[in-house]
Design a binder for this molecule. Structure first.
Ligand SMILES: *[C@@H]1O[C@H](CO)[C@@H](O)[C@H](O)[C@H]1NC(C)=O
Ligand SMILES: *[C@@H]1O[C@H](CO)[C@@H](O)[C@H](O)[C@H]1NC(C)=O
Ligand SMILES: *[C@@H]1O[C@H](CO)[C@@H](O)[C@H](O)[C@H]1NC(C)=O
Ligand SMILES: *[C@@H]1O[C@H](CO)[C@@H](O)[C@H](O)[C@H]1NC(C)=O
Ligand SMILES: *[C@@H]1O[C@H](CO)[C@@H](O)[C@H](O)[C@H]1NC(C)=O
Ligand SMILES: *[C@@H]1O[C@H](CO)[C@@H](O)[C@H](O)[C@H]1NC(C)=O
Ligand SMILES: *[C@@H]1O[C@H](CO)[C@@H](O)[C@H](O)[C@H]1NC(C)=O
Ligand SMILES: *[C@@H]1O[C@H](CO)[C@@H](O)[C@H](O)[C@H]1NC(C)=O
Length: 882
């Protein structure tokens, strides 16, 4: 019949629900049952039960089913549904075969079996009430709710206490452990490793404390991880919470899951643990909320009925859909457009799950609603800030009263055998969602470029600057929003600055480093934990009581501000190509060569008839000749002797080299004027300590650094000893001094940059030079209360921001490095654009003028001495000689 139907239906090689009732293979594994009797009973009952349900739930169709007692059924025979009651292993084997044949798979398995994948089938583990824990953890794992890579188990002897169930007890723990570490088909869910610690319940609380203390202090969290699963009775929970807290093992980086194993559900009131919670803890509870009553029906048959019912209803729905489709289209079209076998399978499974949810949550005739576990998660992060801080700021601190931290426990999910876990929130709310979007108070003060606080025209507050860049990023990472609390005087000073900014034309400009001391009021807010963090960058120098610094957010370096080096005088530029030594040598060689030439000419042997060489008869003449040659003026004569000519020839070569070098250098000096040496390092400054005075802002922390370094480094000692103190409130005066005196200002590079920028805006010219060397590094960090649990979290986030280069980018966006002045520092603009002019050769004219003056003096002198001689001759009565 089926083959014929297949043939008849044509396009799809499986029958439509209209043409044939679906067929189902029911496989019942013998090994699933405790004894043969049980098995036989089930076998005989199952057909009856199933037929009953089919008749009851299906009006227009039916299910044809075959019951098999062994698992080697040929599933190829056009089944649509596979229903199995089998052990876990067999079930998963059958799943493979069912998937090959695209069957809808409905399975009932023994406990501790992972549920079938969502789109492959519907499964249920047959739980024995009281032994559901392993299944819970298996479900938590497969659904990804609990994905700890390492688990520390701490369990007590709960299960041992009822003497009857000793075996079951040890069994439960080992089964839980197995559930957490068994390999799953979904490879994304990794195995977790675990360490086991067992303890015992003690009547005496202090003994119990000691025992737990010993166990917990033995846990090496660096190897074993920070995830703890505590499976104990309710009496022990508070003790463990206390001890763990005292050992500082509960913090934002650790997770504690308390599984309260007590059966008596009515007594479990987890709210009582609120008082043991603290800021920043990740604690969750799983507890038994089962209320067993006699009507609870948990047997196999109940589950079979329930599942059959869901199956029947979804099949009917499917059929109705197909019928509807069939009515609308022609027969041929219908064959093309109706669902394929895979799609129909998915459709049926989806609708079955829906039906099951409906049946199970209806709590009428449901088999599994009795067993019920609840999960609660503690909401602690930021709770103490969120509730109290805002309103308390305005009030004097005396009437704060006891801090009512807003910790709470929220229900995050449930577990029932049929549906498994149903989470409405993550088990550890804070691990997944950080601060869960709450609003935290932070504090700050105006301190550009780190924090720029402004009031807009409409009175709105605006916060920008590097620290707010960081805080914004942090708030995204940790999932919180923030509100800035400003102490009254800080707020007043910002308002004043808004109305009144004489030197600081705009508020984004930094003052000198020392102006940026954190106001005491802000420190107090941090210390008293009224704010989550102080969004500011402060120098990490000394420890302030009650306050810790975060990881550094920026590094400040100190630099030297001096006047821009001037170009050197041009008067002696014509002398510049040679050093004075070279000039000296040149003049000496002139004299020396002249003398040698004279000797050579004089003592060269020659025939007697030849006259003395004209023009070389005295040393004077020889020198004159050599001098002429140097200026490339040839003499009238040449010596006759070859030896002397050789000397002159050699000299001409020397002259060529000397002249070429001179003119080459001269051109170079004309185009690139020489500059005064800039102050580019501490060494430069100290080398010219006679010439310069230097200062740093009065009260600057550099004084501390230099003081500390002075013992090791004599340079810093000299720097410190020679330094004056600049009044930091008057930066314009400092700039004036730098411009007009030989005054060097030492401060943060960034402050100097801002000062330069200010001056550039004022004057339009760059008068300053900032040293290339940075000589002391100062870390800047935010502030947080000293015992804040969030410090590692924040440090981690800041470290990531450093690594990703975000902070560097923000920093360069916020600092005015790229203005005209800083560009000018790198290349000397004047030098590159220099045109040679008369001024460059002024020295020559001076020499000429001096020459003229001397000539005039000499001529006058000669004139007068001649005149006097004449006059003397006239007065002298000469004997008349005739
Ligand atoms: C399907 O089953 C119902 C009841 O079990 C029966 O009345 C009906 O004839 C069957 N339909 C087909 C096509 O076999
Ligand atoms: C849960 O509570 C029920 C009812 O009190 C009890 O029968 C069952 O054994 C408990 N489950 C576990 C795992 O203790
Ligand atoms: C749980 O205990 C708290 C006090 O610890 C109490 O206020 C609350 O009503 C209790 N809840 C239940 C359901 O008993
Ligand atoms: C999970 O529980 C919530 C409320 O408790 C319910 O609305 C929702 O339908 C449940 N989800 C599932 C898949 O059962
Ligand atoms: C932030 O917390 C809210 C509230 O719990 C949550 O809905 C949201 O998904 C969280 N955001 C992130 C990015 O974790
Ligand atoms: C503004 O500055 C002037 C002089 O610098 C000062 O006298 C005045 O008090 C300031 N005003 C405010 C509101 O600070
Ligand atoms: C916090 O500061 C104190 C000193 O004030 C220091 O001893 C402690 O180590 C700091 N804590 C952290 C986590 O850096
Ligand atoms: C530096 O400041 C201190 C106190 O703040 C003050 O006593 C001292 O006179 C100041 N020195 C100079 C040179 O301004």
């Amino acid at each position: 019949l089926f083959y014929w139907l297949n043939y008849a239906t044509g396009y799809n090689d499986f029958p439509s629900l209209i043409t044939a009732n679906v067929t189902m293979a029911v496989i019942i594994e013998k090994g699933f049952f405790i004894d043969v009797e049980d098995y036989n009973r089930t076998l005989s009952q199952i057909s009856v039960v199933m037929n009953e349900i089919i008749k009851k739930e299906m009006q227009i169709s039916g299910i044809e089913f075959n019951v098999f007692g062994d698992t080697n059924v040929n599933l190829k025979q056009d089944y649509t549904i596979l229903f199995s009651i089998a052990s876990c292993q067999v079930t998963w084997q059958l799943l493979e075969r069912a998937q090959k044949e695209k069957l809808v798979y409905v399975a009932i398995t023994d406990p501790d079996c992972p549920r079938l994948p969502k789109d492959a089938g519907v499964s249920l583990s047959l739980i024995v009430p009281g032994q559901e824990l392993p299944q819970i953890f298996l479900d938590l794992r497969t659904t990804g709710v609990l994905s700890w890579p390492k688990v520390n188990f701490i369990h007590d002897d709960t299960f041992d206490r009822s003497k009857l169930r000793i075996c079951a007890a040890r069994d439960t723990i080992s089964r839980v452990v197995k559930a957490l570490s068994v390999e799953l088909s979904d490879k994304r869910l990794k195995l977790s490793t675990r360490a086991l610690f067992s303890t015992k319940f003690e009547k005496d609380k202090s003994t119990m404390k000691l025992r737990i203390h010993k166990i917990l202090s033995d846990v090496h969290v660096d190897q074993l991880g920070n995830c703890f699963m505590v499976i104990v009775t309710i009496d022990m929970v508070s003790t463990i919470m206390e001890v763990a807290k005292s050992l500082k093992m509960v913090h934002p980086g650790s997770q504690w899951l308390y599984v309260i194993s007590d059966g008596a559900s009515s007594e479990v009131n987890v709210t009582s643990f609120l008082e043991f919670l603290n800021e920043g803890e990740n604690v969750a509870f799983i507890y038994n909320a089962t209320s067993l009553n006699p009507e609870c029906n948990m047997g196999l048959m109940c589950h079979i009925k329930e599942m059959m019912k869901a199956l029947a209803i979804s099949l009917e729905n499917s059929l109705l859909t197909e019928l509807e489709l069939y009515d609308r289209v022609t027969e041929e079209e219908f064959e093309v457009v109706r669902l394929s076998k895979t799609d129909r399978k998915k459709e049926i499974i989806r609708s079955m799950n829906k039906e099951l949810r409906k049946i199970r949550s209806s709590r009428v005739n449901s088999c599994s609603e009795c067993v019920n576990w609840r999960m609660s998660s503690a909401i602690t992060w930021g709770a103490s800030f969120a509730t109290s801080a805002y309103h308390q700021l305005q009030r004097p601190s005396s009437d704060l009263g006891p801090r009512n931290a807003g910790y709470q426990l929220i229900d995050v999910g449930t577990w029932i055998p049929g549906l498994g876990v149903n989470m409405t929130e993550p088990l550890f709310a804070h691990v997944s969602h950080g601060f869960r979007g709450i609003c935290l108070p932070v504090s700050s003060f105006h301190n550009p470029p780190w924090q720029i606080l402004k009031y807009s025209k409409t009175g709105l507050r605006e916060f920008t600057g590097l620290t707010f860049d960081i805080l914004n990023h942090l708030s995204v990472k940790l999932n919180f929003t923030y509100k800035v609390l400003l102490p009254t005087n800080v707020e007043a000073s910002i308002k004043a600055l808004n109305n009144n900014s004489s030197f600081f034309k705009n508020l984004d400009v930094a003052a000198m480093s020392v102006m940026q001391k954190v106001p005491q009021e802000v420190l107090e807010l941090v210390r008293s934990k009224k704010v989550f963090i102080a969004a500011l960058a402060a120098s990490v120098i000394e420890h302030t009581r009650g306050i810790n610094f975060t990881a550094y957010v920026a590094v400040q370096t100190y630099a030297l501000l001096s006047a821009r080096p001037k170009s050197l005088s041009r008067v002696f530029l014509f002398m510049a190509p040679y050093t004075s030594e070279t000039w000296g040598c040149l003049i000496s060689s002139l004299i020396l060569i002249g003398s040698i030439l004279y000797l050579m000419v004089k003592f060269s042997p020659r025939p007697s008839d030849i006259q003395d060489t004209i023009g070389f008869t005295t040393t004077w003449q020889c020198n004159w000749y050599i001098y002429g040659a140097l200026l490339q003026q040839g003499g009238m004569h040449l010596p006759k002797a070859d030896s002397a000519r050789l000397i002159i020839g050699t000299w001409w070569l020397v002259v060529m080299v000397v002249v070429a070098t001179y003119s080459g250098n001269l051109i170079a000096f004309l185009t690139f004027p020489r500059m005064d040496a800039p102050i580019d390092s501490v060494d430069d400054l100290l080398a010219r300590s006679e010439e310069f005075t230097w200062a740093f802002p009065n009260g600057s922390s550099i004084e501390l650094y230099l003081g500390a370094l002075a013992d090791d480094d004599v340079r810093y000692k000299r720097l410190l000893e020679g330094a004056q103190r600049q009044d930091p409130t008057n930066p314009s005066q400092a700039l004036e001094r730098v411009k007009s005196e030989n005054y060097v200002l030492i401060d943060w590079r960034i402050s100097l940059a801002f000062l330069m920028k200010m001056d550039l805006l004022d004057t339009g010219t760059c008068y300053f030079h900032v040293s290339a060397e940075n000589f002391i590094r100062e870390n800047m960090a935010m502030m947080i209360a000293h015992d804040s649990p969030y410090l590692p979290l924040i440090n981690d986030a800041i470290k990531r921001m450093h690594e990703s280069g975000l902070i560097t980018k923000w920093m360069s966006d916020r600092t005015p490095i790229k203005d005209k002045c800083w560009e000018g520092l790198k290349i000397n603009q004047e030098a590159t654009n220099h045109k040679v002019n008369m001024g460059d050769m002024q020295g020559i004219f001076f020499v000429l003028a001096i020459g003229f003056s001397i000539a005039v003096i000499v001529i006058n002198f000669e004139f007068f001495s001649h005149k006097r001689k004449k006059a003397a001759e006239k007065n002298f009565v000469q004997p008349f000689v005739s």
